[in-house]
Ligand binder design. Structure first.
Ligand SMILES: [Fe+2]
Length: 554
């Protein structure tokens, strides 16, 4: 009899529809609330994305999952609250939890220690503590009121780490092929990716959280490879490694199956040619592999960016990793077609416009200038020996944010200015760029030059990590990067290499904060509030999230 391997994951949710994703251990028919879907099979693994339609707007509906007519979710004897679908409603207040970077590690010694106490210590997973608070809340309210639960969860990159944590996966890799040859303990193929996803999403509280809060997700480097697409020379170097393309194809296939598919609405799924070939197909692996091999060969050309309309709010998820393009004289964060798609989707009348991009657009200012300097020097502004050193530095300290893609930074700045000044529709009550990646959290407010007529307040909200904190020496560097002496010095350095001025200013409102943490954007009509919560050590029963700051954005 078929069993669940991963999930159920509640993915796309609109006013009347929802999709629920599962992985099962054998081919079967998956049924949720009377809606059935056959599995498709990739490399011996079985999946289904069940569509539930005809739901009441602004409602909640408990659900179960049946495999071939047998109830498999909730698990027998589970004391977690029932999983629910909460549909969107036009006037319903909305809480969006967001953040990034979550290594898969058990919650026992030494993993719950701090990184300063033990090199494997990563403290407590903020999403697991969030789930615990939701369960506690349900018990106190006898499941009656789910208003305090976030409706949406944005996972902004490093959902899985090919190269870190996940001790069960590493153990299996050692047993399967040994780790003497490159790339050692890193995952290399679809099977190893499937282990990694299973280890990352199977912890009981995480599993329950993902069954009940609608997730949207977009990848960052560690979902594929550390420093993924940081520069042209990185791409050339990886192309020479014999194992790289095997990994890249598996990374694309598994990202599509585990993460991307659930980002799409039922209408988008119907229009998706790849999904049409995969849906219900017992040999879907062949279809996916051919397609992923083509994508890997051309480097760009596929749009991973997607869009969600939630009440009056539009969220554009801007892929800032996979679509990067590098030529002799150009570095671009996304290819031209994808950028046109993004611009087109920024048109309209929105209460709020959210742009989710894994890597921050506005960094700690000293880091911004340093990255802008690095791009110029890497491009040869100070000659070739300096360019080679700049490339080394770029990889060593991850200079791969928007600041190091000056052309794309300028385009995004221009787009925000146009939206904020009402040139592309009614000026939204707020424009918020949501990011992760940098393993600290902060809120900055952007200021545009006089005369730019921007009415909307524009923010960069960053939250990272869910579970992967910096050590104390790394934290010191980040704190300094927000302070005046470092900013002035780095601005001078950037100018000396001819880096363009950013064309936008930004002021720190809150942060930086460094714990394992989760942020929430609370939207109510044209009001918006950002809240940051961090984990605090404590025993299992006592553990809670602690509010670090709450700030009204609009
Ligand atoms: Fe990360």
């Amino acid at each position: 009899m078929a069993q669940l391997v991963i999930g159920p994951l509640l993915r796309y949710v609109s006013e009347t529809e929802a999709t629920i994703w599962v992985e099962t251990d054998e081919p079967c028919e998956v049924e949720v609330l009377g809606h059935a879907e056959p599995t498709f099979t990739v490399e011996g693994h079985h999946y289904a994305l069940v569509r539930v339609e005809g739901l009441e707007p602004g409602s909640f509906q408990e659900y179960e999952v049946e495999l071939d007519g047998e109830r498999r979710w909730p698990e027998p004897g589970s004391d977690l609250p029932p999983s629910v679908i909460r549909t969107m409603g036009r006037d319903k207040p909305l809480d969006i939890a967001f953040g990034s970077c979550r290594v898969a590690l058990p919650h026992d010694e030494p993993y719950v220690q701090s990184k300063d106490q033990h090199s494997d210590g990563r403290e407590f997973d903020a999403l697991r503590v969030l789930a615990k608070e939701m369960v506690r809340d349900a018990e106190e309210r006898e499941n009656e009121d789910r208003a305090k639960w976030p409706e949406l969860l944005f996972l902004l990159g490093d959902q899985v780490y090919v190269d870190e944590g996940a001790p069960q996966t590493r153990e299996k890799i050692r047993a399967r092929r040994g780790i003497d040859g490159p790339p050692g303990e890193e995952v290399t193929d679809y099977i190893e990716y499937s282990w990694l996803y299973r280890e990352s999403w199977s912890e009981p509280l995480i599993r329950w959280l993902m069954s009940t809060v609608s997730t949207s997700m977009i990848w960052d480097d560690h979902d594929m490879s550390d420093d993924w697409n940081i520069s042209r020379s990185w791409v050339e170097e990886m192309n020479r490694k014999p194992w790289w393309h095997h990994r890249a194809v598996a990374g694309i296939m598994s990202y599509w199956v585990y993460q991307h598919l659930g980002n799409l609405s039922p209408t988008e799924l119907d229009e998706n040619e790849v999904y049409r070939g995969v849906r219900g197909n017992p040999c879907a692996g062949d279809v996916l592999r051919d397609w992923a091999t083509d994508i890997d060969a051309i480097g760009a050309g596929t749009r991973w960016s997607f869009c969600r309309d939630i009440g009056g709010t539009r969220a554009i998820f801007l892929d800032s990793r996979a679509g990067r393009t590098f030529t002799e004289d150009r570095r671009a964060m996304v290819d031209d077609d994808e950028w046109d798609w993004i611009v087109e989707h920024a048109n309209g009348d929105f209460d709020h416009l959210l742009i989710a991009t894994t890597i921050p657009y506005l960094l700690a200012p000293a880091l911004h200038y340093l990255e802008a300097w690095g791009e110029r020097v890497g491009d040869g502004a100070w000659g070739m020996p300096a360019a080679r050193l700049a490339e080394k530095l770029r990889r060593a300290v991850d200079f791969d944010h928007w600041a190091s893609f000056s052309e794309s930074f300028a385009k995004l700045t221009e787009l925000l200015k146009e939206v904020g000044s009402g040139e592309r529709g009614k000026a939204p009550a707020s424009i918020v760029v949501l990011s992760g990646d940098v393993h600290h959290a902060y809120l900055v407010e952007a200021g545009f030059p006089p005369g730019s007529a921007v009415e909307s307040p524009v923010y960069q909200a960053v939250c990272s990590p869910y579970r992967n904190p910096l050590d104390e020496s790394e934290r010191r560097v980040i704190r300094a990067a927000f302070k005046r002496p470092a900013v002035a010095a780095m601005r001078g350095l950037a100018r000396s290499a001819g880096a363009p001025a950013p064309g936008v200013g930004w002021r720190l409102r809150d942060g930086p904060y460094f714990d394992n943490q989760v942020a929430t954007l609370r939207l109510n009509g044209r009001e918006a509030v950002m809240q940051l919560d961090k984990t605090v050590p404590g025993d299992e029963q006592e553990r809670r999230l602690e509010c670090v700051f709450e700030r009204r954005l609009a």
